[in-house]
Design a protein around this ligand. Structure first.
Ligand SMILES: *[C@@H]1O[C@H](CO)[C@@H](O)[C@H](O)[C@H]1NC(C)=O
Ligand SMILES: *[C@@H]1O[C@H](CO)[C@@H](O)[C@H](O)[C@H]1NC(C)=O
Ligand SMILES: *[C@@H]1O[C@H](CO)[C@@H](O)[C@H](O)[C@H]1NC(C)=O
Ligand SMILES: *[C@@H]1O[C@H](CO)[C@@H](O)[C@H](O)[C@H]1NC(C)=O
Length: 218
């Protein structure tokens, strides 16, 4: 018993040294990035123009709650855009150069569908560099690649990296690389999260976010 424990310990130590030697280490998407100071002054809530903010957004116990109905008004009265409740996150940190990262923990309750829950705004010839949508419980990059087939009713960690110089976006979910894609050009960018109705929305749409960080490569 004692000797097999000793053997196991030696084996474990050997494995650690081996992994260090070949450069293997459990890496994190935020390695090499610094978290920028962020407070409520960096958050601007986008909501139906005719409603007070607290009818579509709450911040309780560190959790941002966003909800909207498909019949709600758009952001501004003459706008033809669909209803939304979102944080425009990077107020004060709009960027056009460098390598930037959004980190947040998201949650989408069962039933919410036909909705965009995160956008990296700003592109050339279209509005977004990246958009992630939920349709029928599946989280996708636009409607083109599935990121998580069953996303409802669980917190997930999201890291989105935008390397402006390289023209690339990278998405990690729960620390696992899920997507590498080209960006869509553009000269000024910022992140948004919440709920923004798309085609064939559910009547009620909700997402929750916590631990929101904006990071920049050192
Ligand atoms: C938020 O941060 C900015 C600087 O980053 C600071 O000037 C401002 O006072 C802070 N506001 C609050 C409400 O803490
Ligand atoms: C909306 O459109 C109407 C009619 O064109 C115009 O009179 C009004 O000033 C516009 N409102 C805003 C906030 O742009
Ligand atoms: C979502 O709710 C529907 C209707 O109540 C139920 O049939 C379905 O199994 C639920 N899905 C998940 C992932 O919980
Ligand atoms: C979601 O489900 C509805 C109803 O079953 C279906 O009409 C629609 O095509 C689905 N949407 C996607 C993007 O899968």
């Amino acid at each position: 018993m004692g000797s097999s424990f000793l053997a196991l310990s030696i084996f474990t130590i050997f494995l650690c040294i081996y992994h260090k030697a070949i450069g293997w280490a459990p890496s994190d998407p935020t390695d090499g990035f610094v978290s920028l100071p962020l407070n409520s002054s960096n958050f601007h809530i986008h909501k139906p123009w005719n409603l007070p903010e607290n009818q579509r957004y709450r911040f309780i116990d560190g959790i941002h709650w966003f909800w909207v109905f498909s019949t709600n008004k758009p952001l501004s009265c003459n706008s033809s855009t669909k209803p939304r409740s979102e944080i425009r996150i990077l107020l004060g940190y709009d960027y056009s150069l460098g390598v930037w990262q959004f980190e947040g923990y998201g949650y989408v309750p069962n039933g919410t569908s036909g909705v965009c829950i995160i956008q990296l705004f700003g592109a050339s010839g279209q509005s977004t560099t990246l958009a992630m949508v939920v349709y029928n419980g599946t989280l996708s990059y636009y409607l083109s690649s599935v990121l998580v087939p069953h996303i409802y009713d669980q917190w997930f960690r999201l890291n989105v990296i935008h390397d402006v110089g390289a023209g690339k976006v990278t998405v990690f979910i729960n620390g696992v690389l899920k997507l590498e894609a080209n960006d869509h050009g553009g000269t000024s960018h910022y992140f948004k999260c919440g709920v923004y109705s798309q085609r064939t929305p559910s009547y009620y749409m909700e997402s929750r976010w916590k631990g929101i960080k904006v990071l920049k490569k050192k």
